[in-house]
Design a protein. Sequence first.
Length: 109
Amino acid sequence: MKNHNSVELNSMHHSRKIDFPSGTAISLPNDTISKSNYEKWANRNLSNQAIIKIKSLRENNHIVTQNVLYNSIFDSISIKHKSFLREAYATGAVIASEWLIEKWGVLNV
């Protein structure tokens, strides 16, 4: 977002999740980068203003929380998504698999 001094993403998952940042934690900043002056994202603390910071956290018995923060000297805007059941992701995988039937090539949803 223009006029915001920093964008960061806090991504919390269950402690057994191996990859980090997660696919969602990568795709959200990539979408922002394509529509802003940000150049890239980093999964570590860097002082560069052109980098979106991703903080990947793991906690026992936690499903998923993604929180995007837009910060400026004037205010802070937060967009948060929290999942309560892992079954939601299984349903999404089934729907995506059904959508793929009889499709060919490189696909983007």
